[in-house]
Write a protein that binds this ligand. Structure first.
Ligand code: HEM
Length: 392
């Protein structure tokens, strides 16, 4: 069995789950090509989880090598103390207690405005009109980037994320984002304006302020990490509900009870991020397979979340599933910094859509949307119809 070809991580039509099911059964830790050299692909929940927890053996340095050229110096590629120190500089902004401010000032107004624009029309593409725009606007606002150019930011974020598969475009986007951000960072260096760019520009490490490389590294990671991921998961949640009208009604009737369940089950079933990368820091052994120092290791969180030894009828989306402890946000020291933000954004976003668009259903005249992609998964479009609302 060969590892899947990741050269096009958002490939149309791709459905990696059948291949991963074979991997869990026949080759839980599979030897084969990873990032163009001999490496290992890990399929089962227990092995993915144990590698994520053991960050000394399974180093994140590989992310600096693959994403560094496009993002700069980034915490996603750091290990040990260095990682802890840099992560601590921004982690306060993402704590659950910080979410209340962002909900009021940013998240609710952003989703409200996007829905105002489509509610009178009675039809929309929820991807183009809502999900592609909403998390980018939220993360841009939280960081302190003006909203006027958010469409441009979305394009740069996508191109930076896909840099390893299209280096020329990735590097151009990386330079363009930095040029755009330079005057904003310079302004925040002079004056703290209460946003995250100000915090990062004023942060000190051993008595010194961060250099440009680290500042832009944070910003070029946070923008794609905060937008690309959440927008795709939101599409997956909406699609899971739209193809199950009875469940959709249940969720609409009692959102407080059921929206969090729909979010967690979708994160387990179809997260936007299906793999995370590590490199073996020393010779080691995982599930009986020897892994030599320096070998790239691909941890398939998407496969782990479908592991039939952990989740009954694991390929199905089931809102009543009792146990949903998934690995969609990773685990261990690199566990997603934005997971509280993502959950709040998704809950408020899905809640507002169901409230503001009565009679919401898939457009019967359009083909049924599908979730596609390998490393990043989501639907390309979600054409829907609903009862048009008078403008507010
Ligand atoms: C549903 C949406 C999201 C998913 C599925 C997701 C998934 C992940 C995963 C799997 C990791 C671990 C990577 C690794 O171990 O190598 C991660 C890390 C990270 N995520 Fe998210 N993420 C989401 C939303 C967000 C948001 C909204 C932000 C906001 C800024 C964010 C920022 C980050 C950062 C900065 C890291 C790196 C943390 C570190 O290296 O210490 N993510 N995310």
């Amino acid at each position: 069995m060969e590892p899947l070809d990741y050269s096009d991580p958002v490939a149309a039509d791709a459905d990696p789950y059948a291949s991963w099911a074979r991997g869990r059964r026949d080759a839980p830790v599979m030897t084969g090509e990873v990032f163009g050299r001999k490496g290992y692909t890990v399929h089962r929940f227990a092995d993915v989880e144990s590698a994520l927890k053991d960050s000394e053996t399974f180093s994140s340095g590989i992310n600096q090598a693959t994403m560094g050229p496009y993002m700069g110096t980034l915490i996603l590629g750091m290990d040990g103390q260095e990682h802890t120190r840099y992560r601590n500089l921004v982690s306060h902004a993402f704590r659950p207690s910080a979410m209340e401010r962002w909900e009021r000032e940013l998240i609710e107004p952003v989703i409200g405005e996007l829905l105002d624009a489509i509610a009178p029309q009675g039809r929309a593409d929820l991807v183009a009109d809502i999900t592609r725009r909403y998390p980018m606007r939220v993360i841009a606002g939280l960081i302190g980037v003006p909203l006027a150019d958010q469409e441009q930011f979305m394009v740069w974020a996508e191109q930076i994320n896909l840099g390893p598969t299209d280096p020329e475009r990735g590097l151009a986007a990386s330079r363009a984002m930095r040029d755009y951000l330079t005057p904003i960072v310079e302004d925040r260096r002079r004056t703290h304006r209460g946003d995250l760019i100000s915090d990062i520009a004023h942060a000190e490490m051993d008595g010194e302020r961060l250099d440009d490389e680290h500042i832009y590294g944070f910003l070029r990671l946070l923008l794609p990490a905060g937008a690309e991921t959440t927008f795709r998961v939101m599409g997956n949640i909406l699609l899971a509900l739209l193809v199950r009208p009875a469940v959709l009604e249940r969720v609409r009737a009692d959102g407080e009870r059921w929206i969090p369940e729909a979010i967690e089950e979708t994160l387990r079933w179809e997260s936007s991020v299906t793999m995370v990368s590590r490199v073996a820091a020393c010779d080691t052994r995982l599930a009986g397979v020897d892994i030599e120092a320096g070998a790239p290791v691909s941890l398939l969180v998407g496969s782990a979340n479908h592991d039939e030894s952990v989740f009954d009828h694991s390929e199905d989306w089931d809102i009543d599933r009792p146990h949903k402890n998934h690995l969609a946000f990773g685990w261990g020291r690199h566990v997603c910094l934005g997971k509280h933000l993502a959950r709040r954004e998704l809950a408020l976003g899905v809640g507002a859509i169901l409230r503001r668009l009565p009679g919401l259903r898939l457009d019967p005249g359009a083909p049924t949307p599908r979730i596609t992609g390998i490393a990043f998964r989501g639907p390309e479009a979600l054409p829907v119809v609903f009862e048009p609302q008078s403008p507010v």
